[in-house]
Design a binder for this molecule. Structure first.
Ligand SMILES: Nc1ncnc2c1ncn2[C@@H]1O[C@H](COP(=O)(O)OP(=O)(O)OP(=O)(O)O)[C@@H](O)[C@H]1O
Ligand SMILES: [Mg+2]
Length: 324
């Protein structure tokens, strides 16, 4: 296993008290695999990604427990220098908002080239040539001229391509993409997603894809992890989840989006709101919103039960849910 996250916990000190943003998250990613992470806003997807990448804002954030095993090493035990070497070279991240992740006063070619200067000890001239090559690879037209331009001179879609170019530059084993296309319009979204999927295949990189777009998930992911209130509540191969969810929350998510194959069916949003993370309900955190909740759900927190060899569900009534 390439990445093996074990019982990760992240807290934020807020005025309301301690917010348990990540609450014992465990998941694995095999080499070359694509894992999609789903869940409503505030469920802890980005914080999990930041903790894994070693870029969590700390303070106010604090990793209080867990292991992040990457190629066998626990990243949480590395010092900042060692972590920096892993970042970029072995795992890279793509963010939603390229404009705030790129340096506004540095030509994009210099930013791309910097990766090769810092991590590979290349000369500026060779690094510049590499930057052009990368921009070609992410299909930015006129790369040779545009390599000297600044981030604001590119459209949103092109900037996102530059982010992808930076992420793949050193051919890392893992890319974490946090809603990489959310800020783009729909047609550009599809192009950028296709490009990312294609490059991932070409370089045989593993991808953790945080997204709200279930259409994208069906197309590119091998597995899905569904997060709720800082925990993974269901984890399974994509086909299994689309066939029948084993958690009522997953069911709610699937039913709240339009699906081409179920035209004409009514959309139902999940009723109620996600919990305040400083006051997560006892028992199953989803019980106040769950149509299947019974007494045990209000008192006993369900662990991630094995539903099959490849599937887990943190629901007391997972079998019922599967056959509902
Ligand atoms: N800088 C911060 N300070 C305080 N609390 C924070 C901070 N960042 C995140 N949190 C807490 O962690 C929770 C999870 O945030 P996170 O960004 O991981 O959500 P998400 O699942 O990525 O949501 P979205 O879909 O909106 O991106 C938030 O609801 C918030 O309570
Ligand atoms: Mg997020």
């Amino acid at each position: 296993m390439l990445l093996d996250v074990h019982d990760l916990k992240v807290e934020f000190r807020t005025r309301d008290g301690i917010a348990r943003a990540v609450n014992g998250v465990s998941f694995g990613v095999d080499a070359g695999e694509t894992l999609a992470v789903l869940g409503e806003s505030g469920s802890g997807k980005s914080v999990t990604a930041q903790a894994v990448m070693g870029i969590l804002d700390s303070p106010p954030g604090r990793i209080t427990a867990g292991e992040v095993l990457f190629q066998g090493r626990d990243l949480l035990r590395l010092n900042e220098d060692e972590r920096r070497r892993v970042r970029g070279a072995e795992m890279a991240m793509i963010f939603q908002d390229a404009l705030s992740s790129l340096n506004p006063v540095l030509p994009v070619g210099d930013q791309l080239g910097e990766m090769f200067v810092v991590h590979r000890g290349m000369s500026r001239k060779d690094a510049r040539a590499k930057a052009v090559e990368l921009m070609d690879q992410v299909r930015i037209p006129g790369a040779r001229e545009r390599v000297k331009q600044y981030p604001h001179q590119f459209s949103g879609g092109m900037r996102q391509r530059i982010m992808i170019a930076m992420a793949i530059a050193l051919e890392p084993a893992l890319i974490i993409a946090d809603e990489p296309t959310t800020a783009l319009d729909v047609t550009v979204q599809a192009q950028v997603m296709d490009l990312l999927a294609e490059l991932r295949r070409e370089y045989k990189m593993a991808l953790v894809l945080i997204t709200h777009d279930l259409g994208v998930v069906a197309d590119v992911a091998d597995r899905i992890a569904v997060m709720y209130a800082g925990r993974i509540v269901e984890s399974a191969p994509v086909q299994d989840i689309y066939k029948a969810p084993a958690h009522p929350y997953t069911r709610g998510l699937l039913e709240s989006v339009p699906r081409l194959d179920l035209k004409g069916r009514e959309l139902t949003a999940i009723s109620g709101l996600p919990p305040n993370l400083t006051r997560i309900p006892p028992g199953c955190a989803f019980h106040p919103r769950c149509p299947m909740a019974r007494d045990v759900c209000r008192t006993d927190e369900p662990p991630l039960y094995a539903v099959s060899e490849t599937r887990g569900s943190a629901c007391h009534f997972r079998t019922e849910c599967l056959h509902a």
